[in-house]
Design a protein around this ligand. Structure first.
Ligand code: ADP
Length: 269
């Protein structure tokens, strides 16, 4: 499995219909995938500890998907075991009155990571070119400028040593149907079901188009988007964890040097 296969090159037109949501690359089965995920996770846990100790750079991981795309499950599986002190997850819902009274990036900027932190966005500033575009929540003259504004925003973060990775979890329409049905069938999943999901499903094509434009305009060399095949949850988790691991390895965080002469220190009784 080569994670680079799923990276969108800058300014490349994307047709999601051509991306197989059931792709499992070279991973033969779920068992192998679970082994690979575990191995990736061990290394992520070690590197995240170094990132936190070093406190000189940070990481921002963005998740977007259609409803039932698996953002919550992927976050749970990939970051299991990471030291919670150095990791934050922020979910973004419909903006409240105060948030709506500010520029659209205001609420996101408050949650960007400080040095040493691994920050996850479950939904993100991209909602402002997704649901906002599909539902005409602001005029086109406003949302159409946001692609550039988002790229500039991310450049600001990058120049402050924040590494940005963005994952679009790609499921197809049949898979969404199955997942919605399973929410109806299982009482433990009833809380996840909302009639709003059906209304959103009716906009499937509009959302796919909005995702395609977002992927084309906002996958940059330094803050790439990945289209992650997500019908198989086990493969999705291998792809996402591999991309995060590769980026952390490149960042190469180091434990700070301790004081000199520590070998001469005696702790008094
Ligand atoms: P999730 O599906 O992420 O588990 P919810 O079911 O509470 O969480 O859905 C969050 C809702 O908030 C989604 O319908 C999403 O479109 C909406 N939302 C998020 N950001 C914005 C935004 N900037 N403008 C309008 N709606 C938004």
């Amino acid at each position: 499995m080569n994670v680079e296969d799923y990276r969108i090159q800058p300014n490349t037109k994307v047709n999601l219909g051509e991306w197989d949501a059931s792709d499992t690359g070279t991973v033969p089965d779920k068992e192998t995938a679970q082994y690979l995920l575990k191995e990736n996770r061990k290394k992520i846990i070690d590197l995240q500890e170094r990132l936190y100790a070093e406190s000189a750079q940070s990481m921002l991981v963005v998740f977007q998907a259609m409803d039932t795309g698996g953002k919550d499950g992927c976050i749970e599986n990939v970051f299991k075991g990471v030291n919670p002190t150095g990791c934050r997850v922020r979910s973004f819902k419909v903006p409240n009155d105060v948030e709506r009274a500010h520029d659209f990036l205001w609420r996101y900027h408050q949650h960007t990571p400080r040095n040493g932190i691994l920050q996850v966005f479950n939904r993100s500033h991209y909602e402002d070119v997704l649901v906002v575009r599909v539902k005409d929540l602001v005029p086109k003259s406003i949302w159409s400028k946001r692609y550039d504004q988002i790229n500039h925003f991310e450049e600001v973060l990058e120049s402050n040593n924040t590494r940005i990775l963005k994952f679009y979890l790609h499921i197809d329409k049949d898979e969404q149907k199955k997942r919605l049905e399973s929410r109806l069938d299982d009482p433990a999943k009833h809380w996840k079901y909302s009639s709003a999901d059906l209304k959103e499903r009716a906009y499937w094509n509009d959302y796919q188009e909005a995702f395609e434009v977002m992927l084309e305009k906002c996958s940059t060399a330094t803050a790439p988007w990945f289209v992650v095949p997500a019908n198989h949850k086990w493969y999705r988790d291998v792809v996402v964890s591999s991309a995060i691991l590769a980026a952390l390895e490149e960042m190469d965080p180091q434990f700070p040097e301790g004081d000199k002469n520590l070998d001469k220190v005696k702790i008094p009784n």
